[in-house]
Design a protein around this ligand. Structure first.
Ligand code: GLC
Ligand code: GLC
Length: 655
């Protein structure tokens, strides 16, 4: 019934379309896709905004926004949309290996980055998340996430032409470009905020503003503080407007009000704008926060999901080849909802950060045990078929310890004490800890804290190089490789972090910068020292040992079809609290199945081969480690895994 109504509604909208749009040639694919998605789009839009008197006008604007951006989309990108529609699962392939980087830290600016694409290719990277490039007020940028103009590139790192050229150069090399869209908030210096402050009520409606503390106080009873240390509370007083403005993140980041359809349409337009500038993937920032409700923590609300479904539906019409990444650093059960529920294809975001796996890996390194890691992976809900994880070890943000309290207890620890141990361990305040991290986001009221630091410094490379202890250096390098072997084999797109492939240490210079010194995340947003990076070609250097190790792993990953993310992973119960083992079964060809095993302990461990054989492995021939191409260490029918060692094992074909 509703479908019929929506059909006539669509006709209604089409007859009222701007003549400029109607006149356009070559709109066939647009109208077909609009027809196919209209029901979903309209019903979502109605659920969110159906009560409003201007609903029809807003719906018309929504369609015209999709149409105008379709008209602006280049033939080249339209062709790529069609190809991706045909090769529907293209992004699930094991061929993709990503890296996130700040273009200025990596290579001064966007042109520098383009000139360094060969370095990324040398390593095997073919997806690059170029961290925020847009104009932000200097000193109040939150690392690019406090945007002043969503369509202007920060002049210090380049221009729109540079982005276009970069996208083109990357596509020629078969690389994917990922850009950010910061959906949840703007800088308080954004035009909309400026106009709101100047008294324009239409723009005051873009934000959440309150004349007194009544509502803010109610909100704050249940909202969490994201930056308790630097921006306590969730509201900021604006003298000019005489109102409290909701600011969940920093006091200079004003939360956008998505109960206003104009906000949603503006942001859709921005999403499509960057899709049209060649972004293959858009990272949607802080998506859990998009809807606010009194009485909750203002994360993961059902309406936040509807907004994402709507944005996806609209993107499907205009730029169907473009994927979304959900940056939702929330509980595992909540994260998977950002793919969309009850579906096969992602209805919201095709890709989501696997923050659970990331944090659990850090737990395993500190405890040298895998109990919590195993439990956490076990309770990671199944994802949709056409959706995938972004698996990472480090990124530009802190490491939050958001695992489940019940899981921590089952692993035999007391949650508060265990989290305190982890923070102490990684900040080097625990006996014998070689880590050199720093605390982040300490909350005196709740006792919570998170962790900053580069991968190399957190696993002890910084302290090892200082003492010059060769064994400690080996250990740090081994842990770096072990962790990468996990994200490269887990299933999903591995996302490396710039600098990690050459063992980049903490950068303490942020402490001297007044605008950065209270935000320890800057410690792990390095400027790459390219002279030092050259050492990756020097035999025996630390840089070379890491870089070459990763380069090999990446190349091998790409050759293992079982690593494509078709939900083939099974956790193996091998009854050893220091090991993690999972297998990717290739049901069509058993000899292509791969068994991954990693040892998080400082001493070797072994697995009984007979037990593995009972589980269906290596029954035919001999075993080969795909990483080295050699037979792994076996003694008395026991597979031996060295301290911080790992294998990607398969049946040897020659046997
Ligand atoms: C995202 C970013 C983080 C930023 C926050 C606020 O989570 O990753 O760096 O501080 O959003 O925009
Ligand atoms: C919280 C937020 C995340 C943000 C991060 C910044 O984890 O959920 O969106 O990036 O804080 O530290």
């Amino acid at each position: 019934m509703y479908e019929q109504i929506s059909h006539s509604l669509l006709n209604d909208i089409l007859t009222k379309l701007d003549p400029e749009i109607v006149r356009q040639p070559k709109m066939r694919h647009f109208y077909t896709r609009l027809g196919a998605n209209f029901y979903a789009i309209h019903s979502m839009f109605r659920r969110l905004y159906g009560e409003r008197s201007d609903f029809n006008t807003q719906m018309q604007r929504l369609v015209e926004t999709m149409a105008s951006q379709y008209i602006a989309r280049s033939e080249y990108l339209k062709e790529s949309d069609l190809q991706r529609e045909r090769d529907h699962n293209w992004f699930l392939s094991q061929q993709w290996v990503g890296m996130a980087l700040y273009s200025d830290g990596f290579a001064d600016n966007l042109q520098g980055l383009q000139a360094k694409l060969h370095y990324l290719q040398e390593l095997g990277i073919n997806m690059v998340h170029v961290m925020p490039v847009l104009d932000c007020p200097p000193g109040k940028s939150d690392g690019g996430y406090a945007v002043r103009d969503f369509r202007r590139i920060d002049s210090r790192i380049g221009s729109l032409e540079d982005i276009d050229a970069l996208a083109k150069a990357m596509h020629k090399r078969g690389m994917l470009l990922t850009l950010d869209v910061v959906l949840n908030h703007t800088s308080d210096a954004h035009q909309w905020a400026v106009r709101a402050r100047n008294g324009e009520s239409a723009y005051q409606d873009y934000y959440y503003t309150f004349p007194d503390r009544e509502i803010p106080d109610m909100f704050e009873e249940t909202m969490v503080e994201i930056f308790p240390h630097t921006s306590p509370g969730n509201f900021t007083w604006c003298e000019e407007m005489g109102s409290w403005v909701m600011t969940s993140f920093h006091s200079y980041q004003w939360d956008l009000n998505y109960s206003n359809p104009s906000v949603l349409i503006e942001m859709l337009d921005i999403i499509l704008y960057w899709a049209n500038h060649g972004a293959d993937i858009l990272r949607l920032d802080a998506v859990a926060f998009l809807w606010k409700k009194i009485g909750g923590n203002c994360q993961n609300e059902r309406e936040a999901h509807r907004i994402l479904q709507l944005l996806k539906g609209c993107c499907q019409v205009t730029a169907p080849g473009v994927l979304f990444i959900a940056e939702a650093i929330v509980a595992p059960i909540e994260i998977t909802k950002y793919f969309g529920e009850d579906a096969i294809n992602a209805k919201e975001c095709e890709i989501a950060y696997n923050a659970t796996f990331m944090a659990l890996l850090w737990d395993a390194v500190a405890t040298k045990k895998t109990e919590l890691l195993n439990r956490g992976i076990k309770s990671l809900p199944d994802k949709l078929e056409r959706a995938t994880w972004l698996n990472y070890i480090r990124c530009h943000d802190d490491i939050g310890l958001g695992f489940d309290d019940a899981d921590i207890r089952l692993a035999g620890y007391e949650p508060t004490a265990h989290r305190r141990f982890l923070v102490d361990y990684y900040t080097g305040n625990f006996e014998n800890s070689p880590a050199r991290g720093q605390p982040f986001g300490q909350n005196e009221k709740t006792g919570d804290a998170r962790i900053s630091g580069t991968l190399a410094s957190l696993v002890g490379l910084e302290s090892a190089l200082e003492t010059g202890d060769p064994q400690a250096i080996d250990t740090a390098i081994n842990i770096i490789l072990l962790l990468h072997s996990m994200i490269l084999s887990f299933g999903g797109i591995p996302l490396l972090y710039y600098g990690d492939a050459i063992g980049t240490l903490n950068d303490y210079s942020y402490q001297l910068d007044e605008s950065k010194c209270r935000d320890s995340r800057w410690i792990h947003r390095p400027t790459i020292d390219w002279e030092k990076a050259e050492a990756r070609h020097q035999l025996g250097s630390v840089e070379r040992r890491i870089f070459d190790g990763l380069k090999t792993l990446i190349a091998v990953r790409k050759e293992i079809p079982a690593f494509a993310d078709f939900n083939s992973r099974e956790l193996l119960d091998i009854d050893n609290p220091h090991l993690l083992a999972y297998a990717h079964f290739d049901h069509e060809n058993a000899s292509s199945s791969v068994l991954v095993v990693g040892n998080f302990d400082t001493v070797p461990h072994s697995i009984d081969l007979e037990m593995l054989q009972k589980k269906g492995f290596f029954t035919l021939g001999s075993i080969r480690d795909l990483c080295t191409g050699e037979r792994p260490s076996i003694f008395n029918n026991q597979l031996a895994i060295p301290a911080h060692g790992f294998y990607w094992l398969s049946e040897s074909r020659s046997a």
